[in-house]
Ligand binder design. Structure first.
Ligand code: NAP
Ligand code: MG
Length: 462
């Protein structure tokens, strides 16, 4: 992949206002693989102006035509799938198979879902003597992280474009190359100039300028709680809309009637995939005390099998952070049954697949998001205890429940304070709303609920 040395603004690659660049590093070997420009407030302003200028035309474009552009975008993503997977592997370090099956494939499904949805969605409703129009909110500022770098872009841009909004994207500094590739795809798909704009850069510079820009109508952010809180406060002060997707500490609740081996094995796979860098990962496994020893053994064996099959984490800072959490868990009394706080290689930001046993609910590792391949196994006494532990964090993004009987699992899931629950290993559904209860965020992505985020109502009374 070839890095662009400019910003994609108003339908063309333009020189950046400043001269600073960001090094893009391959986390497997720590080599610099490219540079992208580090955008400033000036670049952000140019991009917002382009988005504003394009807004009336795009908002007035019939939904079927917006859908046709999204279908074309999906087709370009399909045609360039290998290139996308290779790019994500190069800048995130994820294993090639995972890049193909998840990082490249999921965005195709999501772009396709909005190409379809927009053609059937009711942008007009009748309620008694009123006609209600669902109109696009305006210019969207999208700020995305690196862990699912293309998915997180498409999960914002596709519904925004479907709704008739225009977008300025500031992607994560660690994964800007796939964002540039996405801008090329948008261009190839024939999306009109200014409807989508890309400014690469650092969070506290370009990201902050975008979040604070007075002509942005909605800020959609995915990332850390610390940054999300600031963005929410800024948006609140300006009375503009905001969507925040801030991660979690999800519980995998294994009820006594479940198939224990299956629940543990799928649970371990869930945490190790993408090297644990998944906001909805089930990082707390909850097991009944009578089955606890067996579950820990199964988990340790399963984790050991991952060995060197998982990729590194994204950068040196994340590696140090994750290893620090493992040390902290041990210091607070957890037992190390797989992996550990030593980095496994001389080179690359690797972390061994790690399982911490005898974790109690108040420990730091049971409360804070680690964002690495680290599973905590907790013991519960009875169902009420399991529910208290499952709901006992500030987060509420996702979760899982396993039981012999589906109805039993559903009854438990309905009592969890969380935005989505997988029942007995239920599969990811790109049409289901994704988002959190409590401090996991505000707003929803994907499907019709994700589209509604980018619309506002206008009621006409007759
Ligand atoms: P982050 O700083 O919150 O990054 C997310 C995005 O926000 C990036 O594009 C980032 O730019 C940008 N940003 C940073 N500071 C900003 C500011 N002041 N104003 C506007 N935008 C700003 O997250 P991180 O540092 O990459 O990761 C730290 C932790 O966050 C992880 O360990 C994990 O716990 C959590 N996290 C959660 C998710 C999730 O999916 N919920 C995703 C990633 C990380 P830069 O890339 O330049 O920093
Ligand atoms: Mg950051």
């Amino acid at each position: 992949m070839k890095a662009h040395d400019g910003m994609y603004i108003g339908g063309e690659w333009r020189s950046a206002a400043g001269r600073d660049v960001i090094d893009v590093v391959n986390p497997v070997d720590e080599q610099v693989i490219g540079h992208v420009p580090a955008g400033t407030a000036e670049d952000v302003d140019a991009a917002v102006r382009a988005a504003r200028a394009a807004f009336p035309g795009w908002a007035a474009t019939p939904p079927a035509e917006r859908g046709a552009r999204l279908a074309a975008l999906r087709d370009v993503l399909v045609a360039r799938k290998d290139e996308i997977a290779e790019t994500v592997t190069a800048e995130l370090g994820s294993p090639p198979q995972f890049s193909q099956n998840v990082h490249a494939a999921v965005p195709i499904a999501v772009a396709g879902s909005y190409a379809d949805l927009v053609t059937t969605y009711a942008f007009e409703e009748k309620h008694g003597n009123s006609t209600v129009y669902l109109e696009p909110v305006g210019v969207v500022g999208a700020i995305t992280p690196w862990n699912y770098p293309l998915h997180q872009i498409v999960a914002k841009v596709a519904p925004a474009l479907a709704a008739g909004c225009t977008v300025v994207l500031k992607p994560a500094e660690d994964t800007p190359l796939v964002a540039q590739l996405f801008a090329e795809a948008v261009h190839e798909a024939g999306v009109p100039a200014g409807v989508f704009n890309l400014v690469t850069g650092l969070g506290p510079v370009a990201g902050q300028a975008l979040a604070e820009h007075p002509d942005v109508d909605l800020v959609s952010f995915t990332g850390s709680t610390a940054v999300g809180r600031r963005i929410g406060a800024t948006a609140g002060g300006a009375v503009k809309r905001v969507a925040l997707e801030l991660g979690g500490k999800s519980a995998n609740v294994i009820l006594p009637s479940a198939d224990l081996a299956k629940a543990v094995n799928v649970g371990v796979a869930n945490v190790m995939s993408n090297s644990g860098q998944t906001c909805s990962a089930w990082t707390r496994m909850l097991v009944h005390r009578d089955q606890y020893e067996e579950a820990v053994e199964l988990a340790a064996t399963a984790a050991a099998k991952y060995g060197s099959r998982i990729g590194p984490v994204v950068n040196a800072k994340q590696q140090a952070r994750v290893l620090g959490y493992i040390e902290k868990g041990v210091a607070e009394g957890a037992g190390l049954v797989a992996g550990g706080p030593e980095s496994p290689g001389e080179q690359g930001y690797f972390v061994s697949p790690t399982v911490l046993a005898d974790v109690t609910p108040e420990m730091t590792v049971a409360q804070e998001e680690i964002f690495g391949p680290v599973l905590c196994v907790l013991r519960y006494d009875d169902e009420e205890d399991a529910l208290r532990i499952a709901n006992g964090t500030v987060y509420g993004l996702a979760g899982a429940v396993w039981a012999g009987d589906e109805a039993e699992a559903v009854a438990f899931a309905r009592r969890m304070d969380t935005g989505q629950v997988d029942i007995n290993g239920g599969r990811f559904n790109p049409l289901a709303p994704f988002g959190g209860y409590k401090q996991s965020g505000v707003g929803r992505e994907l499907g019709t609920h994700g589209l509604a985020e980018y619309l506002q109502t206008k009621s006409l009374q007759f």
